[in-house]
Design a protein around this ligand. Structure first.
Ligand code: G6P
Length: 369
């Protein structure tokens, strides 16, 4: 087992550090930015159904559902197709409205999650076309879907999903861009720019991993906290959800992710000098708004840890700690901004003596209801 961990103390840490490679593996053969080439080979026969969809329904559970939330922003922004993101467990029992030709994207690392499978079967029985985004080749979900794209992240052993999540985001970004290109909803110059940007992601993730020592230092200071709040807006809102889930899963600290603007409708009541608040506040359309949210937390003496874009000079003036990640297009930022959050949950869990790779009560693949 020590050999399998490749010199890391845990599978989770090994998998976090594998991400520059797993994302590159996911892009391999599919993207050549300098030639303007992008193609997901697994989406062929039904490609026009996806391109002409009136709406897309995404079904998933857990971390895969968070990847689906990012995909909602991607498909709506780039393709102008309305998207609904559903917890598979709710969708399957709700008698959902599905019509012939609707498009469903099912996201699952394992390809075996019972609720996601049931949601697919239900949608299929009503005539929907199902695209799978799975990591495990030949898994049940990859077999019951019409077509799909593998994430090619390699086996993920740690129960808390890390490299599978970033590979899902990578596939979903490629899918959205491919559809946008066909639909003509994204100007060609912007499309080409996105391809170039996508190709730089592995090196940006590599750079974000160099934050490990800084994140470890911060973890030491916050490891005894009883609660955590994670806040983000736009593309970083699902990242806030994912950061909170990671912390809950492996350190057993209660954590909540929220869209930063919703804070005033509830969570703000929780803020006092003992509440750590992690802001994912990289430079994007909602930057000014999130800066105000940080001020609101500071005014109530909350302890702010902010993930910011390199070179930010405003937020360091108001946050207790800032973690600087490389700049990228806001639509791809989740691939980078989630890295320090994965590391934060990892270090806190280790410091609390938790079983990081096999947290209590959780299973890697949930094949029962
Ligand atoms: C379990 C795992 C999570 C995962 C979720 C969905 O709860 O512990 O890490 O996100 O299932 O799994 P899937 O394999 O469908 O992505």
């Amino acid at each position: 087992e020590a050999i399998e961990k490749g010199g890391f103390d845990h599978f989770m840490l090994k998998e976090i550090f594998e991400q520059p490679r797993s994302i590159a593996d996911c892009l391999r053969g599919r993207l050549k930015a300098d030639e303007g080439y992008l193609k997901l080979g697994g989406i062929r026969e039904y490609a026009n159904r996806l391109e002409n969809a009136d709406r897309i329904i995404i079904v998933a559970c857990g971390t895969s559902w968070h990847a689906g939330m990012v995909a909602e922003y991607l498909f709506e922004e780039f393709c102008r197709i309305p998207v609904e993101v559903e917890y598979a467990s709710e969708f399957r029992y709700r008698n959902p409205v599905i019509k012939e030709g609707d498009v469903v994207i099912a996201i699952s690392q394992s390809g075996e999650t019972a609720d996601t499978m049931a949601a697919i079967e239900l949608a299929k029985s009503k005539g929907a076309i199902i695209f799978g985004v799975c990591n495990v080749v030949g898994s049940s979900i990859s077999r019951i879907t019409h077509e799909g794209a593998y994430t090619h992240a390699g086996p993920e052993i740690g129960v808390a999903s890390t490299k599978a999540f970033t590979a899902q985001l990578t596939v979903l970004a490629m899918m959205a861009l491919q559809v946008a290109f066909k639909r003509g909803t994204l100007p060609l110059t912007q499309y080409n720019q996105m391809l170039i940007e996508l190709e730089t992601i592995p090196s940006k993730v590599e750079k974000a991993l160099q934050l490990n020592d800084q994140v470890k230092y911060i973890s030491e200071l916050f490891k005894d906290a009883r609660n955590f709040l994670y806040l983000g807006r736009g593309y970083n809102f699902p990242v806030a959800l994912e950061g909170a889930l990671k912390l809950k899963e492996i350190s057993y600290i209660h954590a909540e992710g929220y869209p930063a603007a919703e804070m005033k409708h509830g969570p703000i009541a929780l803020i006092d000098e003992e509440m750590p608040v992690v802001f994912i506040a990289t430079r994007d359309k909602s930057y000014e708004k999130i800066v105000s949210n940080i001020q609101e937390v500071r005014a109530r003496k909350g302890r702010v840890i902010a993930i910011v874009t390199e070179g930010d000079t405003v937020i360091p003036e108001m946050a207790e700690f800032v973690i600087e990640v490389p700049a990228t297009h806001e639509a791809l930022m989740p691939l980078v901004s989630v890295i320090p959050l994965q590391l934060l949950s990892y270090h806190i869990a280790v410091m609390r003596g938790c079983n990081v790779d096999q947290p209590r009560n959780l299973a890697k693949s949930v094949t029962v209801e």
